[in-house]
Design a protein around this ligand. Structure first.
Ligand code: ADP
Length: 266
């Protein structure tokens, strides 16, 4: 069996106007990987491909040595949870929404959730800080609260691979760190493999062991944060000059943005 837990091999997918081209990377079990890159570089398109929303145009997605397309849908849903950028919830309570994470485990004629389903949903609503909203409708939550409920639902699914598309985009700094710490804990303690699209380069640096940098539908560079987050690569890919330093506590790179006025001064 392959030592890689999840592999993307020479993979292409996309739309008439945009194509992801020849994407190859792999994750070991228990990896915490981040996908970074400018707007429109294809990060969400890749997630649509992995979730099966977009058909492949070439290449393969391989989970534990097996092509993903050969896995039965239920097994696929037990193994992989995806938190997308937009929460499409409608008029259901937060608790019912989170409980939907258990559907892949229900047998064909099971119409009611089990005690364990409720225990898991309650646990993850508590850990993501939405338990006190459990009887509210999803539509009554703020964007950040909906995002946390979506993460609670994905964790309730007890996946082995967790895909997160911008999980912190609507969160204040308290909840950004709280959610990423929670995912980091599950990654370390339970071997949850994590692949997340993240815009904030400093959070990407601090939490991820492996970064994959996209540019115009291709991988520009991949490696450890200190290999990827350098002045040169950031300037080349984002066309933005930055200052890079090392965080004295974590020894990971930190990126500072500088205004045009200050740049001109120096
Ligand atoms: P990122 O997540 O890196 O910001 P996306 O993967 O969302 O980028 O988008 C990559 C490109 O694909 C963009 O140029 C975007 O306009 C295009 N695109 C995204 N969604 C669609 C769609 N549904 N139909 C056609 N083109 C799309």
């Amino acid at each position: 069996m392959s030592e890689h837990f999840f592999e993307i091999k020479n993979y292409s997918c996309g739309y008439a106007s945009f194509r992801l081209n020849d994407i190859s990377f792999s994750l070991k079990r228990g990896a915490f990987a981040g996908i970074i890159g400018p707007n429109g570089s294809g990060k969400t398109t890749l997630f649509r491909g992995i979730s099966g929303t977009l058909p492949p145009l070439a290449g393969q997605l391989i989970l534990q040595g097996k092509p993903l397309k050969e896995l039965p849908l239920q097994k696929r849903a037990q193994n992989i949870a995806i938190v997308t950028q937009t929460v499409d919830a409608g008029q259901i309570t937060v608790e019912d929404y989170v409980l939907m994470g258990r559907i892949p485990y229900h047998s064909r004629f099971q119409f009611f959730e089990s005690k364990r389903d409720y225990e898991l949903a309650t646990k993850y609503m508590e850990l993501t800080g939405v338990l006190h909203h459990k009887d509210k409708l999803m539509t009554e939550l703020s964007g950040g609260e909906q995002q946390r409920a979506a993460i609670a639902r994905a964790l309730t699914q007890e996946p082995e691979l967790l895909l997160l598309d911008e999980p912190t985009s609507h969160l204040d700094i308290t909840h950004q760190v709280r959610i990423l710490n929670l995912i980091q804990r599950l990654n370390a303690e339970m071997g949850l493999t994590v692949l997340m699209v993240i815009h904030d380069l400093n959070l990407a640096s601090e939490y991820c062991d492996q970064l994959i940098m996209f540019q115009k539908g291709k991988i520009f560079l991949q490696g450890a944060p200190d290999q990827v987050l350098t002045f040169d690569t950031i300037e080349q890919v984002y066309q933005t000059p930055v200052i890079t330093r090392i965080n004295p506590y974590s020894n990971k790179p930190v990126i500072f943005l500088v205004s045009e006025k200050m740049l001109k001064k120096h």
